[in-house]
Every structure is written in structure tokens, then in C-alpha cells.
Design a protein around this ligand. Structure first.
Ligand code: CP
Length: 296
């Protein structure tokens, strides 16, 4: 993981200057197959591929033959037959990306699968923390929100604990996964207590689209108990960083004056790091196909 974060560092400046001079993916075809809505992940994968010279094609499920009843595996075989060199997948079902990766010949990147994982989000979050705090190790990171349905939370817990952060998780008991402490984190249901001495506060939205049939909290009550306000943020360290993977629901899990805070909020920086991290992932995963020495 450190290797990928180090690789991403080199692309931050290239992205800031909108440089397209490094065409190392020239001649390769990157297909972004998104079966679920996205703004940040889809666009940053597209920009990342184009900055590196790849031919980037986006497949939106809503306009595809998925709508005519085509199965996921048939769609995967179709993308494979078109000779994609790398496929980026977002899907609403946990495990769908693995299924496709087993069926195609090229590298597959997980852009979020159901409530399972969102690995490039965790990488960009780790990079943001490392750049703003100097290191991930030893940082007290509080992840608060709908942990039960969050692929961002799961991937961040795996990444941040591997990088030796102290991870606290906070949610109402109805949105807390069973036995989450087995992932090496400390669970809290009281947000004020969880925030004590935090270096980083990472907020997550309520994923109501995944709550069908389950308990849906009232947004007013949720904000009172779990919304990040300036008053509440004062319980964290004076220079604590505020993060959110987006999309945000302002006034529910986070107040606007926190989300837009000039010195404390790292939310737009997270988006920026997303392009650099995805450039690094696309580069590294295609090295074998490109015959890069040491990777062939
Ligand atoms: N963080 C994230 O995955 O955002 P999008 O759903 O907009 O891609």
C-alpha cells in the first residue's frame, strides 16, 4: 500500500498542471463500466486514464444492454471480447467486481462494489491524511456514520489499521456491523466521546438506498446525535482534519461551516488526491501488459 501511495505522489503535480506529456498508457483501452451512479470516482478514473494517454471509454449501465436483461457475466465477456486493456467497475452488488475479474483477461479495478469495498477511496484518503498530518501511523481517526452499509468505511478500516492508525468507529447501534472490533477498531455509539482527542474525523452519509426494509433514522434526530457541527468538532484536537468521501448531505451528517472550513476541511483535497491515486493504480496495473522491466 505504501508503494501505491508513493507512486501517487508523482502524479499530484502532473494533475495540478493538467500535464498530458507522460503518455505511458498510449495505445491501451480503458473501459469504465459503471452499473451504479458516480461523480467523483467515474470522472477521476476518466481524467486519470486520459492524463496518461489511454483511450478511455465509459459504459453507463442505464444506457447499455444491461437494461435489456443481459447478465453481468455476459456483459463482462463482451467487454473482454472488445480487447480492453484495463476495466474499472462499479457495481451495486458486493462481489460483482471479483466475478468479472475472474472472467476477463485484463486487470480489473474495483471502483466500489455494493457495501463491500472501495479500495481506491481508501488509498486517496490515506494519501490525504499522510500529506496533511505527516504520517498515518499513530493518528487517531474517527469514522462516523452508516458503517453497516459503507464500503468506504470497510476499505478505510483495512487501510488505516494496516498503516498503524488508531481507528475509532461511531454509529447508532442499528448501523453498527456486528463484531466490528474484530477489525482492530474501537466502536462507539456516542459521537462526543468518540471525538475526544481525534486527529482526523471522517464523516459518512446515511446510505438510505441500501436500507430497504431496515431501520431508517430520521435525519433531524440523526443530525442531533451524529451530525458534525463546529461545536462538536471542538472535542477533537484543535487542528483536527475533517474528511468526507462525498456525496455529502449537508445539514444531516455534516454542517456546511464544517464542510467548507478553510483550514480544517480536506474534502476537496480528497477529490484531488483521487486523480493521482487512480493514475498510480492504472499505471502499476498495466505495467505487465506494457512489458515494463521487472513486471513482465
Ligand atoms: N466517493 C465516491 O465514491 O463518490 P462517487 O459516488 O461520486 O463516485
Amino acid at each position: 500500500m505504501m508503494f501505491l501511495l508513493d507512486e501517487a505522489e508523482q502524479w499530484i503535480e502532473a494533475n495540478r498542471s493538467r500535464a498530458k506529456s507522460d503518455k505511458r498508457l498510449e495505445g491501451l483501452t480503458q473501459i469504465n463500466a459503471f452499473f451504479e451512479n458516480s461523480t467523483r470516482t467515474l470522472l477521476s478514473f476518466e481524467i486519470a486514464g486520459k492524463r496518461l494517454g489511454a483511450d478511455v471509454v465509459n459504459m453507463h449501465a442505464a444506457q447499455s444492454s444491461v437494461k435489456k436483461g443481459e447478465t453481468l457475466i455476459d456483459t463482462a465477456m463482451t467487454l473482454n471480447a472488445m480487447r480492453a486493456d484495463v476495466i474499472v467497475i462499479r457495481h451495486m452488488s458486493s462481489g460483482a467486481v471479483r466475478l468479472i475479474a475472474d472472467k476477463v483477461d485484463c486487470p480489473v479495478l474495483n471502483a466500489g462494489d455494493g457495501s463491500h469495498e472501495h479500495p481506491t477511496q481508501a488509498l486517496l484518503d490515506a494519501l490525504t491524511i499522510r500529506r496533511r498530518r505527516g504520517s498515518v501511523a499513530g493518528q487517531r481517526v474517527v469514522i462516523c456514520g452508516d458503517l453497516l452499509h459503507s464500503r468506504v468505511a470497510r476499505s478505510n478500516i483495512l487501510a488505516l489499521t494496516a498503516l498503524a492508525a488508531e481507528v475509532r468507529v461511531c454509529a447508532p447501534s442499528t448501523l453498527m456491523p456486528a463484531a466490528i472490533e474484530r477489525m482492530g477498531v474501537t466502536p462507539f455509539t456516542d459521537f462526543d466521546t468518540a471525538l475526544d482527542g481525534a486527529d482526523v474525523v471522517m464523516m459518512l452519509r446515511l446510505q438510505t438506498e441500501r436500507m430497504s426494509g431496515g431501520f431508517v433514522p430520521s435525519t433531524r434526530e440523526y443530525h442531533m446525535r451524529y451530525g458534525l457541527t463546529l461545536d462538536r468538532l471542538a472535542r477533537a484536537k484543535p487542528d483536527a482534519l475533517v474528511m468526507h468521501p462525498g456525496p455529502m448531505n449537508r445539514g444531516v451528517e455534516i454542517d456546511s461551516n464544517v464542510a467548507d472550513h478553510a483550514s480544517r476541511s480536506a474534502i476537496t483535497e480528497q477529490v484531488e488526491m483521487g486523480v493521482a491515486v487512480r493514475m498510480a493504480c492504472l499505471d502499476v496495473l498495466t505495467r505487465r501488459a506494457r512489458g515494463v522491466e521487472g513486471w513482465a
